[in-house]
Write a protein that binds this ligand. Structure first.
Ligand SMILES: [Fe+2]
Length: 237
Protein backbone atom coordinates (compact mmCIF):
# COMPACT_ATOMS: atom_id res chain seq x y z
CA UNK A 1 0.00 0.00 0.00
CA UNK A 2 1.37 3.36 -0.98
CA UNK A 3 0.94 6.10 1.61
CA UNK A 4 0.63 9.66 0.49
CA UNK A 5 1.99 12.85 1.90
CA UNK A 6 -0.57 15.45 2.95
CA UNK A 7 0.34 19.09 3.41
CA UNK A 8 -1.19 19.99 6.78
CA UNK A 9 0.27 23.42 7.55
CA UNK A 10 1.21 25.04 4.23
CA UNK A 11 4.93 24.91 3.63
CA UNK A 12 5.63 23.73 7.19
CA UNK A 13 3.98 20.51 8.35
CA UNK A 14 3.25 17.36 6.34
CA UNK A 15 1.60 14.16 7.56
CA UNK A 16 1.43 10.59 6.29
CA UNK A 17 -0.93 7.92 7.59
CA UNK A 18 0.30 4.35 7.38
CA UNK A 19 -1.27 1.02 8.36
CA UNK A 20 0.00 -0.98 11.32
CA UNK A 21 -1.07 -4.17 13.07
CA UNK A 22 -0.74 -4.32 16.85
CA UNK A 23 -2.01 -7.12 19.12
CA UNK A 24 -4.06 -8.41 16.18
CA UNK A 25 -5.74 -5.02 15.71
CA UNK A 26 -5.48 -3.23 12.37
CA UNK A 27 -5.25 0.52 12.67
CA UNK A 28 -3.29 3.44 11.32
CA UNK A 29 -0.37 5.41 12.61
CA UNK A 30 0.85 8.79 11.50
CA UNK A 31 4.22 10.27 10.54
CA UNK A 32 4.74 14.02 10.89
CA UNK A 33 7.33 15.95 8.93
CA UNK A 34 8.18 19.52 9.88
CA UNK A 35 10.13 21.65 7.45
CA UNK A 36 12.26 23.77 9.74
CA UNK A 37 13.06 27.42 9.12
CA UNK A 38 16.41 26.46 7.55
CA UNK A 39 14.67 24.08 5.12
CA UNK A 40 15.82 20.88 6.86
CA UNK A 41 13.29 18.20 7.70
CA UNK A 42 12.40 16.96 11.18
CA UNK A 43 10.71 13.57 10.85
CA UNK A 44 8.58 12.23 13.70
CA UNK A 45 7.37 8.61 14.03
CA UNK A 46 8.40 7.59 10.52
CA UNK A 47 6.90 4.88 8.35
CA UNK A 48 8.79 2.73 5.89
CA UNK A 49 8.68 4.91 2.76
CA UNK A 50 8.27 3.40 -0.67
CA UNK A 51 9.99 4.99 -3.67
CA UNK A 52 7.08 7.32 -4.41
CA UNK A 53 6.81 8.63 -0.87
CA UNK A 54 10.57 9.00 -0.62
CA UNK A 55 10.61 11.14 -3.74
CA UNK A 56 7.82 13.31 -2.29
CA UNK A 57 9.80 13.73 0.93
CA UNK A 58 12.96 14.53 -1.02
CA UNK A 59 11.17 17.33 -2.81
CA UNK A 60 10.43 18.96 0.58
CA UNK A 61 14.06 19.20 1.70
CA UNK A 62 16.89 17.31 3.33
CA UNK A 63 16.00 14.92 6.14
CA UNK A 64 18.16 16.03 9.07
CA UNK A 65 16.49 14.46 12.11
CA UNK A 66 14.65 11.19 12.66
CA UNK A 67 12.58 11.14 15.85
CA UNK A 68 11.40 7.93 17.55
CA UNK A 69 9.08 9.78 19.93
CA UNK A 70 7.59 6.95 21.97
CA UNK A 71 8.51 3.62 23.47
CA UNK A 72 5.89 2.05 21.16
CA UNK A 73 6.88 4.03 18.07
CA UNK A 74 10.04 2.46 16.74
CA UNK A 75 8.96 -0.15 14.19
CA UNK A 76 10.14 1.62 11.04
CA UNK A 77 13.09 3.62 12.35
CA UNK A 78 15.62 1.28 10.75
CA UNK A 79 13.82 1.38 7.39
CA UNK A 80 13.77 5.15 7.45
CA UNK A 81 17.43 5.29 8.45
CA UNK A 82 18.27 3.11 5.46
CA UNK A 83 16.69 5.73 3.20
CA UNK A 84 18.38 8.63 4.99
CA UNK A 85 21.68 7.33 6.43
CA UNK A 86 23.08 10.82 7.08
CA UNK A 87 20.20 11.96 9.28
CA UNK A 88 20.67 12.01 13.06
CA UNK A 89 18.37 9.68 15.02
CA UNK A 90 16.86 10.62 18.39
CA UNK A 91 15.16 8.06 20.65
CA UNK A 92 12.56 8.40 23.38
CA UNK A 93 14.26 7.44 26.67
CA UNK A 94 13.79 3.73 27.28
CA UNK A 95 13.91 2.72 23.64
CA UNK A 96 17.64 2.19 23.81
CA UNK A 97 16.95 -0.69 26.23
CA UNK A 98 13.80 -1.98 24.53
CA UNK A 99 15.42 -1.96 21.10
CA UNK A 100 19.16 -2.39 21.68
CA UNK A 101 19.52 -3.24 18.00
CA UNK A 102 18.47 0.25 16.91
CA UNK A 103 21.21 2.58 15.73
CA UNK A 104 20.80 6.02 17.25
CA UNK A 105 22.76 9.22 17.83
CA UNK A 106 20.99 10.80 20.81
CA UNK A 107 18.40 10.20 23.49
CA UNK A 108 15.69 12.86 23.61
CA UNK A 109 15.84 15.00 26.75
CA UNK A 110 13.42 16.87 28.94
CA UNK A 111 14.49 20.21 27.53
CA UNK A 112 14.05 21.24 23.95
CA UNK A 113 17.02 20.16 21.86
CA UNK A 114 19.12 23.10 20.70
CA UNK A 115 18.96 21.87 17.11
CA UNK A 116 15.27 22.74 16.92
CA UNK A 117 14.93 24.81 20.09
CA UNK A 118 13.78 28.03 18.45
CA UNK A 119 10.86 26.30 16.77
CA UNK A 120 9.57 23.66 19.21
CA UNK A 121 8.69 22.95 22.82
CA UNK A 122 9.60 19.49 24.13
CA UNK A 123 9.00 17.43 27.29
CA UNK A 124 9.52 13.78 28.27
CA UNK A 125 6.50 12.22 29.98
CA UNK A 126 8.11 10.48 32.94
CA UNK A 127 6.68 8.34 35.73
CA UNK A 128 4.47 6.09 33.60
CA UNK A 129 4.73 2.32 33.98
CA UNK A 130 4.32 0.71 30.57
CA UNK A 131 4.64 3.34 27.90
CA UNK A 132 6.26 6.72 27.55
CA UNK A 133 6.78 9.40 24.96
CA UNK A 134 8.28 12.77 24.25
CA UNK A 135 5.72 15.46 23.40
CA UNK A 136 6.49 18.34 21.06
CA UNK A 137 4.75 21.55 20.10
CA UNK A 138 5.53 23.41 16.92
CA UNK A 139 5.28 26.98 18.10
CA UNK A 140 4.67 28.99 14.92
CA UNK A 141 1.73 26.89 13.82
CA UNK A 142 0.31 26.25 17.31
CA UNK A 143 0.44 22.48 16.74
CA UNK A 144 0.93 19.91 19.48
CA UNK A 145 2.52 16.71 18.16
CA UNK A 146 1.86 13.53 20.16
CA UNK A 147 1.83 9.82 19.48
CA UNK A 148 -0.04 7.82 22.13
CA UNK A 149 -0.97 10.40 24.76
CA UNK A 150 -4.19 10.97 22.86
CA UNK A 151 -6.07 8.59 20.57
CA UNK A 152 -9.18 9.78 18.76
CA UNK A 153 -11.22 7.05 17.09
CA UNK A 154 -14.99 6.94 16.76
CA UNK A 155 -17.90 7.17 14.35
CA UNK A 156 -16.14 9.83 12.25
CA UNK A 157 -12.91 7.82 11.97
CA UNK A 158 -11.55 8.36 8.48
CA UNK A 159 -10.79 4.63 8.06
CA UNK A 160 -12.99 1.59 8.37
CA UNK A 161 -12.53 0.18 11.85
CA UNK A 162 -12.36 -3.61 12.20
CA UNK A 163 -14.34 -5.62 14.72
CA UNK A 164 -11.42 -6.12 17.08
CA UNK A 165 -10.64 -2.38 17.19
CA UNK A 166 -14.30 -1.62 17.86
CA UNK A 167 -14.51 -4.27 20.57
CA UNK A 168 -11.51 -2.98 22.50
CA UNK A 169 -12.29 0.69 22.00
CA UNK A 170 -16.01 0.45 22.75
CA UNK A 171 -16.38 -2.33 25.30
CA UNK A 172 -13.09 -2.51 27.13
CA UNK A 173 -11.56 0.94 27.12
CA UNK A 174 -14.59 3.20 26.47
CA UNK A 175 -12.55 5.19 23.98
CA UNK A 176 -14.96 5.13 21.04
CA UNK A 177 -16.09 8.73 20.37
CA UNK A 178 -14.20 9.53 23.57
CA UNK A 179 -10.57 10.59 23.00
CA UNK A 180 -8.26 9.19 25.64
CA UNK A 181 -4.63 8.26 26.12
CA UNK A 182 -3.60 4.87 24.75
CA UNK A 183 -4.72 1.84 26.78
CA UNK A 184 -1.10 1.28 27.83
CA UNK A 185 -1.28 4.60 29.70
CA UNK A 186 -4.74 4.04 31.12
CA UNK A 187 -4.02 0.69 32.74
CA UNK A 188 -1.81 2.48 35.21
CA UNK A 189 -0.51 5.99 35.01
CA UNK A 190 2.30 5.10 37.44
CA UNK A 191 3.72 7.86 39.60
CA UNK A 192 0.98 10.40 39.04
CA UNK A 193 2.88 13.28 40.69
CA UNK A 194 5.63 12.94 38.10
CA UNK A 195 3.28 12.23 35.21
CA UNK A 196 1.12 15.22 36.10
CA UNK A 197 4.12 17.57 35.90
CA UNK A 198 4.76 16.48 32.33
CA UNK A 199 1.13 16.74 31.29
CA UNK A 200 0.79 20.16 32.89
CA UNK A 201 3.85 21.34 31.03
CA UNK A 202 2.17 20.34 27.76
CA UNK A 203 -1.00 22.17 28.78
CA UNK A 204 1.06 25.31 29.47
CA UNK A 205 2.14 25.51 25.83
CA UNK A 206 0.42 27.59 23.22
CA UNK A 207 -1.42 25.35 20.72
CA UNK A 208 -4.86 24.98 19.28
CA UNK A 209 -4.64 21.72 17.33
CA UNK A 210 -3.19 18.27 17.89
CA UNK A 211 -1.48 15.85 15.55
CA UNK A 212 -1.67 12.37 17.06
CA UNK A 213 -0.68 8.94 15.82
CA UNK A 214 -3.95 7.01 15.99
CA UNK A 215 -7.24 8.49 14.89
CA UNK A 216 -8.51 11.82 13.71
CA UNK A 217 -6.63 15.04 14.29
CA UNK A 218 -8.00 17.43 16.89
CA UNK A 219 -8.63 20.85 15.38
CA UNK A 220 -10.80 22.58 17.95
CA UNK A 221 -10.98 22.80 21.77
CA UNK A 222 -7.62 21.05 21.86
CA UNK A 223 -6.78 21.80 25.49
CA UNK A 224 -10.25 20.92 26.74
CA UNK A 225 -10.02 17.59 24.91
CA UNK A 226 -6.70 16.85 26.63
CA UNK A 227 -7.89 17.86 30.10
CA UNK A 228 -10.84 15.48 29.77
CA UNK A 229 -8.72 12.68 28.31
CA UNK A 230 -6.11 12.99 31.06
CA UNK A 231 -8.58 13.59 33.91
CA UNK A 232 -7.41 10.61 35.98
CA UNK A 233 -3.74 11.38 35.54
CA UNK A 234 -4.13 15.07 36.33
CA UNK A 235 -5.92 14.28 39.60
CA UNK A 236 -3.39 13.57 42.30
CA UNK A 237 -5.72 13.24 45.28
FE1 LIG B 1 1.02 4.29 19.09
Amino acid sequence: MSCSLEEYVPGKIYIVEYPIRYMGIDLFSRMTIVRMDDGQLWVHSPCSPDAQLKSEIDRLGEVAYIIAPGTFHHLYISDFQSCYPDAETFLCPGLEKKRPDLRFDWILGNHTDLRWGSEFDQVVIQGTRIISEVAFAHENSGTLILVDLLENIGDDYTHEAGLLLKFWWKIIFHMWNNPKAAPEYQVGWGDKEIVRKGLEKILSWDFDRIILAHGNLVESNAKAVLVKAWEKALKTT
